[in-house]
Design a protein around this ligand. Structure first.
Ligand SMILES: [Cu+2]
Length: 150
């Protein structure tokens, strides 16, 4: 009797999750994820991903997590006085309908710190992006010295 009950619970839970997801109107697509390979013994690096909202409702990126870094922040880059680039962490990021928000080299980026093991070119690292509406989405990032999606 145990197995059918378990399957029923799983089915109900999955069905409920799908309904919540489709009612919200947010449909998030993640692409071009990559992390810059760490240099020497450095324990920080930047990450990049394109987030596209193909749904009918706004969504919001709340946090990013990966097991290889103690902390992953969303950083916005701006050019200040004298053309000096500054970056500051933001607590969340709006993903408007029909738009693609890109973390890209030279612009907004993910900032990974507390990396215990160096990230080598050719590695693949899973990132979990938590959205207000779409929930947790997983994307696999390629580790590279330069943008592998030119
Ligand atoms: Cu940064």
């Amino acid at each position: 009797m145990r197995l059918p009950v378990f399957l029923l619970i799983l089915f109900v839970a999955t069905d409920f999750g799908l309904r919540v997801g489709s009612a919200s109107g947010a449909e998030i697509e993640l692409s071009n994820a990559w992390l810059r390979a760490t240099i020497g013994q450095s324990n920080v690096t930047a990450g990049y991903v394109v987030i596209e909202n193909k749904g009918t409702g706004e969504d919001r990126l709340l946090s990013v997590h990966t097991t290889v870094a103690a902390k992953t922040e969303m950083h916005q880059t701006s050019t200040g006085e004298g053309g000096i680039m500054r970056m500051r962490p933001v607590s969340n990021l709006s993903i408007p309908v029909g738009q693609a928000v890109a973390f890209r080299s030279g612009g907004d980026h993910l900032m990974l710190s507390g990396i215990a093991t160096p990230l080598k070119a050719g590695d693949f690292i899973d990132l979990t992006l938590s959205f207000e509406v779409a929930g947790d989405l997983l994307v696999t990032a390629k580790v590279s010295r330069r943008n592998p999606y030119p």
